[in-house]
Design a protein around this ligand. Structure first.
Ligand SMILES: CC(C)(COP(=O)(O)OP(=O)(O)OC[C@H]1O[C@@H](n2cnc3c(N)ncnc32)[C@H](O)[C@@H]1OP(=O)(O)O)[C@@H](O)C(=O)NCCC(=O)NCCS
Length: 332
């Protein structure tokens, strides 16, 4: 009996036009282009300047593009999973808004939040829904307007993030392609190193929380870096070992783009050369939930059916994970 797997059958993305360069950041905080490039690999990032447009807008633009590329109607979509840490509202779910904006009236939809691992978690969940046999078309979207929670007076965080959205379509296949294996982790003991202090039920918004700038991302970079560099490499290596993949079997490493040094350490542990790594951190910085689909969309034209891809992430929580998938189509 043939195994049914979930295959990515289309990919798309959306990037806001405004480019925030390191040079411009030099005019905003005490930093230099040289410091940012050498410590993180980032040269510029995109920012959604229009205050009326947020995560749902970017996600729905990526979703509309996805439907167009696959040549299907929004009415064909059965489930929308939106990975995000910057929902338009605390509730309703931003995925509900996206389904309305694109006219996916037959779909049920929900948000999934696991910080920078949100998309990889969502891809795992979406794959399992496909494998259950109940659904044939699931949209998994990653979108974040990070500029809405970044403190542009805090040089330790404002250099690191950008805004974007990306989306993939999951469909069932009985061919030897698609999502082959997944492994997710989390450890809430890491929460104190990277989080948004206020705005949740513990510290609801008040004049005081606003005055203390507690609605912005707070990070202790070094402890996060130390754990990230180990865990992202660990899980990528585990994924290779579990699936008997040798370095030469891996066509592409698709890593979360938080810091170029973390990516290089992961590639090195896997024994994979940097020419096989999807790397666009210099242009877009860390786009949180959008990062992985943004990479897949940018490299889509180079991907061939049967290529072995290892996707891997690390994020606040802490959360981390990896997915091994075989690419399911040759792009036209
Ligand atoms: C943020 C990060 C790039 C900082 O790099 P780093 O080498 O760890 O730098 P440090 O935080 O140790 O800071 C070193 C010095 O640079 C200073 N510094 C911090 N930000 C700076 C900036 N934008 N420009 C110039 N100097 C800066 C610090 O104040 C510190 O100065 P001090 O030594 O006088 O105290 C790095 O820690 C990192 O990438 N962390 C993990 C990010 C991540 O993975 N996020 C989670 C996934 S979402």
């Amino acid at each position: 009996m043939s195994v049914m797997r979930a295959a990515i059958t289309a990919v798309s993305s959306y990037l806001p036009d405004y480019v925030l360069t390191n040079k411009e950041l030099e005019t905003m905080v005490d930093t230099t282009d040289e410091w940012i490039v050498s410590r993180s690999g980032i040269k510029e990032r995109r920012i959604m300047k229009d205050p009326a447009k947020a995560t749902a807008f970017m996600a729905s633009e990526a979703a509309k593009n996805l439907l167009k590329k696959r040549g299907i109607s929004a009415l064909d979509i059965e489930v929308i999973i939106l990975a995000t840490v910057t929902p338009d509202y605390q509730f309703p779910a931003t995925a509900n808004i996206v389904s309305d904006l694109i006219g996916a009236t037959h779909a049920w939809s929900f948000d999934l939040q696991a910080a920078c691992s949100s998309f990889i978690y969502a891809l795992d969940v979406g794959s399992k829904l496909i494998e259950s046999g109940k659904y044939k078309k699931i949209m998994v979207i990653g979108a974040d307007k990070m500029s809405s929670i970044i403190d542009y007076t805090d040089r330790s965080t404002c250099i690191l993030f950008g805004d974007a959205a990306g989306a993939v379509l999951l469909e069932p296949t009985t061919e030897d392609v698609g999502v082959m294996d997944t492994k997710m982790y989390s450890d809430g003991a890491g929460r104190k190193y990277l989080y948004q202090v206020a705005g949740g039920s513990l510290n609801p918004a008040s004049a005081e929380t606003v005055a203390l700038r507690q609605h912005f991302v707070k990070m202790e970079g070094q402890p996060v870096f130390k754990v990230a560099v180990i865990k992202m490499a660990d899980v990528a290596e585990e994924m290779m070992t579990r699936n008997h993949l040798k370095p030469g079997d891996v066509a592409w490493l698709v890593p979360h783009q938080a810091n170029k040094r973390i990516i290089e350490a992961t590639a090195q542990r896997m024994g994979v050369g940097m020419e096989k790594v999807m790397l666009n951190i210099e242009k877009y910085a860390n786009t949180t939930s959008a990062t992985l689909p943004l990479c897949l969309d940018e490299w889509e034209h180079q991907l061939k059916k049967g290529d072995n891809l290892v996707l891997t992430t690390f994020g606040a929580g802490f959360t981390w994970g990896a997915i091994y998938l075989k690419w399911a189509y040759n792009s036209k």
